[in-house]
Write a protein that binds this ligand. Structure first.
Ligand code: PHE
Length: 371
């Protein structure tokens, strides 16, 4: 009896005094672990006579339950204290005035888009746009994804509930390629604004920046990201024009001749032949660096516009050819400005934005410098 009282008192005192989760865990193992003092007492019940067990059993079980409850309560208190300390340390008071000289900054993605548009505008491209909420026709069918074809599964699509009347399922566009279709397709409806793509006549040279969505998340993928589509339609267009345009873009965008790129054959239903271009970089440290290292980051998918896409949009592929490309805008930002993790770009952490953001007064132009 006395040993139980002494053990109980000793454990109770030490649990109350445990300063952190590590110390508490050590006490738990010492008392309730396999070789623990309380566990030892529980084991000793087996060797007792029935009468003795009847008397001692409730006492020992009671001790075990009490100690377990004390440990749980202490753990909760320590967890709460740790959380309180973390919240106090990481507190950002949004009601405070902004720090001097940092009154809002341009998000790196928007900066990169402006830089890209400046370069493509110089090459004679216009900006076009399309909606974020698309239908199956523009996102897939018109782009030569056959119905029920596994290529549709290449994109982890966010679908809306089907329309109760038509059964049609709208979706968040998985790429900016539907803007190709909207640009090419003739329509009688006037465009709601000059930059909205609908129904242009060739020759065409457009870039289409915008948000895109896929159910995907890791260091180089986020459920929402940005692409910039490019589309050129003219007579006698070939792969050489595509390669020249991308090479030209990359050397101007990175503002250094030391960027190494590679073309890899690939498959997209809406281009033939298709390719992806990677930029050589180093991703071993806490920053991404270009012009060194052994890693490759894919930045653009591209190819010659598939004749079926031209036909689907009412153009004769014997007369018109073209190329198209789709850049990952956020990834270009990671590469150029050295951010290691794509997810941080959209976490809205004011410290991150303060560090990586750009001055709203320094609009990128090819004449005055991009960044
Ligand atoms: N839409 C493709 C993607 O999101 C990229 C692409 C655009 C490929 C244009 C070829 C032509 O992966």
């Amino acid at each position: 009896m006395t040993d139980l009282v002494a053990l109980d008192a000793d454990l109770t005192r030490r649990i109350a005094e445990a300063a952190d989760l590590g110390a508490l865990e050590a006490i738990r193992i010492e008392a309730l672990g396999k070789q623990g003092s309380v566990s030892g007492l529980l084991k000793s019940l087996g060797a007792m006579s029935p009468d003795e067990r009847k008397a001692r059993g409730p006492e020992i079980n009671g001790l075990r339950d009490r100690i377990a409850a004390l440990i749980a309560a202490r753990r909760e208190a320590l967890d709460q204290a740790a959380l309180d300390a973390q919240l106090a340390a990481e507190r950002v008071d949004l009601s405070l005035p902004p720090p001097p000289r940092r009154r809002g900054a341009v998000h790196p993605t928007m900066q990169v888009m402006d830089e890209m548009i400046a370069i493509f505008a110089d090459l004679g491209f216009r900006v076009a746009e399309g909606p974020d909420i698309e239908d199956d026709f523009h996102n897939f069918t018109a782009l030569n994804f056959p119905p029920k074809h596994p290529a549709r599964e290449m994109h982890d699509t966010f679908f809306f509930h089907p329309d109760p009347e038509t059964g049609e399922r709208r979706l968040l566009r998985t790429h900016t390629s539907p803007v190709q279709v909207r640009t090419l397709q003739r329509t009688d409806a006037p465009a709601p604004a000059p930059w909205i793509a609908n129904g242009q006549s060739p020759p065409i040279r457009i870039v289409a920046p915008g948000r895109t969505y896929r159910c995907d998340s890791d260091a180089t993928h986020t459920p929402m990201f940005h692409q910039m589509e490019g589309l050129v339609i003219d007579r006698g267009i070939h792969m050489g024009h595509l390669k020249w345009t991308l090479d030209r873009f990359v050397s101007r965008f990175f503002e250094t001749p030391s960027v190494v790129t590679r073309f890899r054959p690939h498959h997209f239903p809406f281009t033939e032949p298709s390719a992806e271009m990677d930029v050589q970089c180093d991703r071993s440290g806490s920053e991404v660096r270009i012009g060194q290292g052994r890693d490759w980051m894919e930045i653009v998918g591209c190819g010659m516009v598939h004749p079926n896409v031209l036909r689907n949009c009412g153009l004769d592929p014997q007369e018109w050819q073209g190329f198209a490309f789709g850049f990952g805008v956020d990834r270009l930002g990671m590469l150029k400005y050295g951010m290691p993790d794509l997810r941080e770009m959209f976490a809205s952490d004011v410290r991150w934005l303060g560090h990586y953001g750009f001055s709203p007064f320094a609009t990128p132009t090819t004449a005055a410098g991009l960044s």
